[in-house]
Design a protein around this ligand. Structure first.
Ligand code: FES
Length: 107
């Protein structure tokens, strides 16, 4: 296993997919057809439709939030929380298993 991402929907359904180190949490979702991450801009940080809530225990596995990402998180369809991130900015490391919850809607 290189990396594993578990996506929990707003209603509590879980799906787990494998990814590679260097993949983003958004890319793994899109590759597997997960509809709860829309990713309209394809990862260029201009849509905020890839919003996720990262499990508190996993937040430290990712680079800190950038200024641009922070601004974009103010435009999400569902209000941001302290653990909100844009999943296109969450790059997986080797041998990590992370868990994120997707908001009720991205649009
Ligand atoms: S995919 Fe558009 S901001 Fe992440």
């Amino acid at each position: 296993m290189s990396a594993q991402v578990t996506y929990v929907s707003a209603s509590g359904e879980e799906m787990t997919f494998e990814g590679e180190a260097g993949d983003s949490v958004m890319a793994v979702a899109v590759r597997n057809g997960l509809s709860t991450i829309v990713a309209e801009c394809g990862g260029s940080m201009s849509c905020s439709t890839c919003h996720v809530f990262v499990d508190e225990k996993d937040l430290a596995l990712f680079d800190p939030i950038s200024e641009v990402e922070d601004e974009m998180l103010d435009t999400t369809a569902v209000d941001r929380e302290p653990n909100s991130r844009l999943s296109c900015q969450l790059v997986l490391r080797e041998d990590c298993a992370v868990r994120v919850t997707t908001p009720e809607t991205q649009m």
